[in-house]
Each structure stands twice: as C-alpha cells, then as structure tokens.
Design a protein around this ligand. Structure first.
Ligand code: BES
Ligand code: ZN
Length: 627
C-alpha cells in the first residue's frame, strides 16, 4: 500500500526561445557513467547487458487528443551482444520498432504492473546500435497532466507538463527508467501555434518549420527528462537565470525570485561550479503536484511559493541545490533517495544562510526539525530508516520527511563534529569526484570513511554512521540550534494557552511566515468556535495570501468545525494540486466527515495529477472502511 506523500516537509509572449541558449557550454564527461553493479528493483531493464546511453525524441503535442506521439530513437551500448534490449513502459501504445538499418525489429510487451508498468523487450540484430520506437502516450499517461485553460493563471490557453520522478518517465517515453541509467537527449517538439514548449535541456532553438529543438548534453537520470508547454513568457533575472511563467504573472514572479542569481553564486562558492549552463525556473499552474521539481536547467515550481514577500523562496534554494545533490550526483536506486534529498535539505539551508542570514536559516531548520518529530510519531520503524527497504513497494513509499530532514540532520551532525571547513571540503570532493554519476549509499559510506572519518578517528567516534543510516528513529545527537524568533512565539503561545490573553493582546509585531506557522502548529489542541473566530478576526487567517499559512489554518478549521473558512477551503482545494497541502487537508476532512471528504474529492479529483491521486485515493477511499 502506498504511503502518504507526507505533509511536514516544511519549507516553508512568446519570448524568443533563443534567449535560453547557453551562455557558456557546461563541462561534462564525454560519455555517461559506465554500467555499475547495482540492481534497481523498480526497473525491468538489464542495463549490464544492453544499455541506453542517448535518446533522440521527435514528438508532437496533441492537446485535443491529450496525446504525445512520435518516436524515441535510443542509442545503445551492448556489453552482451546476444541480449535483447529491455525497456520500461507504462500505458504506451507502441506502433513500430526499427533497428539501425531501418528494418523492423520484433518486440514483446510484458504484463503491466500497477506500480512499475511493464517491460518492452526488443530483439536486436547483431549490428544494431540504434532502435527507433514509434509510439504514442495515452490520455491517462501518469507523468503527464493536460490542463484546461481555466486551470491556468491567464485562463486563455491549455497547459501540459510532465512529472517524471520517481518512475513515471516510462509513461511518456519508452526507456530504461532507472536513476542509474543516465542518458543525454535531444528532442524536436511540435507544439500548437502560440504555445511555447520548454524542457529540462541546456539549449533550445526554434526551427524553421516552427518546431523547437532541445538538447541536454550532460548525462542525466531519466526521471529528470521533463517537458511543459503553454502560454509562457520569459523574464530574465540575470544573464544565466530567469523565469518562465504565464504572461499575467511573469513580472511579479521574476521580482519574487530575484535573489535566485545570488543563490546560484553562493551555492557555487560553497560546493563548486554550477555545471549546467542556464538555471531557469518555470512557474506552473497551481495544479502542479509538488512544491518544486529539480528538472535540470529548468526547475518546475508551484505558484503557491509566490507569497509576495519572498517568504517561501527556500524552495528555490532547495531545487537549485539539487543541481549538485541529485542531478550531478544521483541516487542509484530509490532506496538511496535520502542521498538526494537529505544532502539537498542540508545544502538548501546553507544557501539560505548565505543569502538571507543565519537567523532565517536557523528558524527554518527548527521548523523542519519540529515537523520531523511530529512525523516520526506516526512512522513505523522500518520507514524511519534512511536507507529504506523498498522491496516489493513503490519508490514513493519512501517519500516522507525522513530522507529529507533526518538525512539533513545527519549531515549537520557531521558538520558539527568535524567543523565546517573540513566538512565543506569533504562535500565538495564528493560532488567533484562523482559528477554525472549515480551512486549508492554504500559508496557514500565508503567515501565518507576514507575522506572524512579515517583521518580523524577521535572525531569519527562521535558519529554513529551505522545508526544514522541503517537505524530507525532519530539519534539523540541530532543537532538543533534553537531559534530565538520561534522562542518569542513560544512565549506568546504560553500566554495564549493559559487563557490569560485574547488573540488581540498577543505581541505579534513583525512576525514572519515561519513564526506564524509555528504559532498555528502550537495552538492548544482544543479550540472553541469563539476562539477560532477571535483568531481569524484578529489575524485574518482565512483571507491570508500565504499558501503555507492557509494550509495549516484550513486544517485547524476542519478539525475544529470552523465553517466560516469552508468557502475559501473549497476554492483552495479546487485550485491547488500540491500534494503536500492536499494530503493533510483531505486527511483532516476524512476524520471529521468521510462523506464530505468523498464528495469534495470526487469533484476535485479530475483537477489533480496522478501522483496526488495515488495518495488521495487511499486516504479518501480508506474512509469507507473507517466508517
Ligand atoms: N525531487 C523532489 C520532489 C519529488 C520527490 C518528486 C520524490 C517525486 C518523488 C523535490 O526536490 C522536492 O523535494 N520538493 C519539495 C520541496 C521542499 C522540500 C523544499 C516539495 O515539492 O515540497
Ligand atoms: Zn528535493
């Protein structure tokens, strides 16, 4: 059974396509990582025998039929010349497959599995170095979400985006969908007139026939191949960085995200050069199921981070950090997911500290820590392990605050013990030494041992690496620096909870988003209707424009039966598809009234992406048996 895509991950016109060609070519190795001896149980492929190294796509985006159709030409290496080529596919219609000489090659589709799709086995001829697969997606292809114009900011044009992580790329491209099988790619994309396609590529150009050509020249894991298309405009932030968004919001988005260049420069100072050429952000319609997705050169982000006061831009620091931790050095299997996310959360905080100062970074760290503590209470032992056992499970079962926040705490503990200078040198060496490779937890542990631990055994004795990575729960050496900004909130909460003061008497002058979130999370477990009305009248939560604050407030409103927030809550559920918000809200709704939750969800479900369905179907569906 799938697990919730968790809640407490706190973090708080057609502009010339030519504008996104490379400022300077990225440095990368000539060919992708050689095959390694890692079994990815979430892929059918056998890359040690026949391996995809490059993909050329030629695709037509058909919005009316909700289909992408065309071909994928795969360049392959064949360590075992006898072996067939085995790919991952999910719900694809395969029309025809040809080999290097243009002749037809026989193929077989294996039975499809709910979680992992099926295998596509292609019989090769001895000289085949290429196969071309003519195929189309189906309207229900899980990676893709086709949005109606009403679901976009401008309301004028439809929108398409893909979400590949973890195992959904196979639902729009037939390939070896394993994070250990890195590929370079090109794509020629034909989109309807007036709509702009963008991809996770390091260069793009408009061709004479009106189609667009994209190239990703660094080898990336397949989950990072991404496409979006809609009424998009570009606004530059710096020479190498800018924002793509609906024309109606592009200027305000660029303003909100104007610190991105400074984030890149600071990240480079910490952990080495940014190796991908451009760094652009794409602001998606609110149906996007995540806060952000680190598609290389083009982070995909929810518009719910645009709070108007830069209070939620740590998400950009996070997705940018993945340009090192995750995209440059990638988890080899989904059991190693903590390597991607834990180091990214650590790195995110370091960037935030450089750009916005230590106080903010400390506050955001403590909020994440509090969230992790709450989450651990409801997490089984086996799921609180960093190197998670996913045998027979969906990779997204490992998606929780554990890989993120416990992972980051482990790195913070290493920093605390070995000191910043040595730890930074270690991390920099890790990224440099494994650039464009996919790595396992065992490889990390071994590198950690030789580079950081072995030279200083007396310090190494203070970090129980085994326990951090393979043990459940949180070691009590987890380092937390108390935030004075949150301590102020605690003082007000104490007064409020003792019943001595009404909301209006609290001192909330100058509170920032993180403080409001801490306040809401710390309110007494029981609140009367009068108390809820008083809080709302005093602080205007129901009408708040900050999505993180709204989400916590709506959850409390549902819990305490505060119906005055219902209208806004329903509008929020109709507009926003971010799983991080939907999961706690539907969970709260189901608890209070399963029928209402089901009725609402039935209405809203078509607006949400497949990755949100997977969790919400379980949460809302589960209400039947809970009755
Ligand atoms: N790579 C993740 C999103 C993801 C993880 C998608 C697993 C599918 C499977 C992304 O970098 C992420 O962590 N997003 C968070 C951002 C937050 C922690 C700042 C999100 O979407 O909330
Ligand atoms: Zn991440």
């Amino acid at each position: 059974m799938r697990h919730a895509l968790l809640s407490p991950l706190l973090s708080l016109a057609v502009s010339a396509l030519a504008s996104c060609t490379l400022a300077s070519p990225p440095s990368q190795p000539a060919s992708p990582t050689p095959p390694r001896n890692v079994l990815d149980e979430h892929s059918h492929a056998e890359p040690k025998r026949a391996r995809v190294v490059h993909v050329d796509l030629d695709l037509n985006l058909d919005f009316a039929a909700k289909r992408i159709a065309g071909y994928a030409e795969l360049r392959i290496e064949r360590p075992d010349p006898e072996a067939p080529l085995i790919l991952d596919v999910k719900g694809l219609e395969i029309e025809l497959i040809t080999g290097s000489d243009g002749g037809i090659r026989p193929f077989q589709l294996g039975e499809e599995h709910d979680n992992l799709g099926g295998s596509l086995t292609i019989r090769l001829k001895p000289d085949d170095e290429l196969v071309r697969i003519h195929y189309s997606t189906v309207p229900t292809s899980e990676a893709l979400q086709w949005l109606s114009p009403e679901q976009t900011a401008g309301g004028k044009a439809p929108f398409l985006f893909s979400q590949g992580q973890s195992v959904l790329t196979r639902s729009w491209i037939p390939l070896q969908d394993s994070p250990g099988v890195r590929v370079t790619y090109t794509a020629r994309v034909q989109a309807p007139d007036g709509l702009v396609p963008v991809m996770s590529a390091d260069s793009s150009e408009r061709l004479e026939d009106g189609s667009s050509m994209f190239r990703m020249t660094s080898p990336i894991p397949p989950y990072l191949i991404a496409i979006a298309c809609g009424d998009l405009e570009f606004e530059a932030i710096s020479e190498r960085c800018g924002v793509w968004a609906d024309p109606s919001i592009v200027a305000s988005a660029a303003k909100e995200l104007e610190d991105t260049e400074s984030m890149i420069a600071n990240a480079e100072k910490l952990f080495g050069p940014y190796r991908w050429g451009r760094y652009d952000l794409l602001i998606l319609p609110p149906a996007f199921p995540f806060g952000g997705m680190e598609n290389p050169c083009m982070t995909f982000a929810t518009p719910t981070i645009l709070a108007g006061d830069k209070s939620l831009v740590s998400l950009v620091a996070h997705e940018l950090a993945h340009s090192w931790s995750g995209n440059l050095v990638t988890n080899a299997t989904w059991s190693d997911f903590w390597l991607n996310e834990g180091s990214t959360v650590y790195f995110e905080a370091r960037i935030m500290e450089e750009v916005f100062g230590a106080e903010r970074a400390i506050m955001e760290n403590q909020l994440s820590f509090n969230g992790l503590k709450r989450e651990l209470e409801g997490t089984s032992e086996r799921d609180s392990i960093l190197h998670i056992d996913l045998k027979g499970r969906h990779p997204d079962d490992g998606f929780s605050g554990i890989p993120y926040n416990k992972g980051a705490l482990f790195l913070r503990r290493l920093e605390e013990v070995f000191g910043r200078a040595d730890f930074d040198r270690f991390l920099r060496a890790w990224f440099d030494g494994h650039a464009f490779q996919s790595v396992t937890t065992a490889e990390f542990v071994s590198f950690l041992g030789t580079e950081l631990l072995a030279p200083k055994p007396e310090l190494a004795a203070q970090v129980d690496v085994e326990k951090w990575i393979y043990g459940s729960g949180l070691p009590d050496t987890a380092p937390v620096v108390p935030s004075s900004a949150l301590a102020q909130v605690d003082a007000e909460l104490k007064t409020y909870s003792s019943g001595k003061s009404a909301a209006g008497e609290l001192n909330t002058d100058g509170w920032v988003t993180g403080q409001w979130l801490h306040f809401l999370e710390g309110l007494p477990a029981e609140l009367s209707m009068e108390a809820m009305s008083d809080l709302d009248a005093t602080f205007g939560f129901t009408g708040n424009g900050n999505s993180e604050i709204l989400c916590v407030w709506f959850r409390l409103s549902v819990k305490h039966g505060y119906a005055a927030a219902d209208e806004k809550l329903e509008a929020f559920l109709a507009r926003v598809g971010r799983a991080k918000f939907l999961i706690p809200l539907y969970t709260a709704l189901v608890k209070v009234s399963p029928e209402r939750a089901r009725e609402l969800y039935a209405r809203m479900r078509p607006r949400y992406h497949a990755v949100a369905h997977a969790n919400l179907d379980r949460i809302v569906g589960a209400s039947e048996s809970a009755e």
